[in-house]
Design a protein around this ligand. Structure first.
Ligand code: COA
Length: 160
């Protein structure tokens, strides 16, 4: 299978009142939902397969997002295994009037490509050239390994 370059995807979203809690700041779960959708889009654009989210790392929200803010997500495939991909997403909140911009979070999504029968399927290897791409690849590899170790430990303890 021919190796491929990954291309970043930028997407904008508006925060509506029904996205927020009574204090006027956005629910973390809503931010996660936006990022999960973006992860699916950028991952399937990369491999041209159906993809599912297998896991995410723990996500820290650095700054609150307010009703009326615009959110920009910048998503990129940073690691590719045999059938899996890691998508890194940075989310920024921007006040539409002042233009003031805050970094809200960085999240990594572990995605898996599936064939027509819903079975994990091989995808093209990722071309990693620049120092930044190599560093991102190593970080994502650790994140994926951590997720697999966590899954293994839970199973060994008799969890699901
Ligand atoms: C994700 C899923 C396809 C993995 O199935 P599986 O039988 O464990 O798959 P395999 O053991 O064959 O692993 C396939 C790949 O997924 C990776 N993987 C599996 N579980 C993972 C996890 N929890 N985190 C990160 N990667 C994972 C494996 O490392 C492997 O990657 P590789 O081929 O690049 O080395 C399956 O658990 C699933 O369908 N889950 C539901 C997904 C879903 O519906 N998501 C939406 C949220 S409801």
């Amino acid at each position: 299978m021919e190796p491929k370059k990954a291309h970043p995807l930028s997407s904008w979203h508006i925060v509506f009142p029904n996205d927020a809690n009574p204090h006027g700041t956005m629910f973390g779960g809503k931010v996660m939902a936006i990022m999960d959708i973006q992860a699916g889009i950028v991952a399937s654009q990369y491999c041209r397969k159906t993809v599912v989210t297998a896991s995410t790392e723990a996500v820290d929200f650095k700054n609150p997002v307010r009703v009326g803010d615009r959110i920009e997500t910048i998503s990129r495939v940073v690691f590719v295994g045999r059938t899996s991909l890691v998508v890194k997403i940075d989310a920024y909140a921007e006040n539409p009037l002042s233009g003031k911009r805050k970094h809200c979070t960085t999240a990594y999504f572990n995605m898996v490509a599936l064939d027509e029968d819903g079975v994990p399927t091989a995808i093209p290897p990722l071309i990693v050239e620049t120092e930044d791409e190599k560093r991102e690849f190593r970080i994502a590899e650790h994140i994926k390994q951590d997720a697999l170790e966590r899954k293994k430990k839970i199973r060994e303890e008799g969890g699901e």
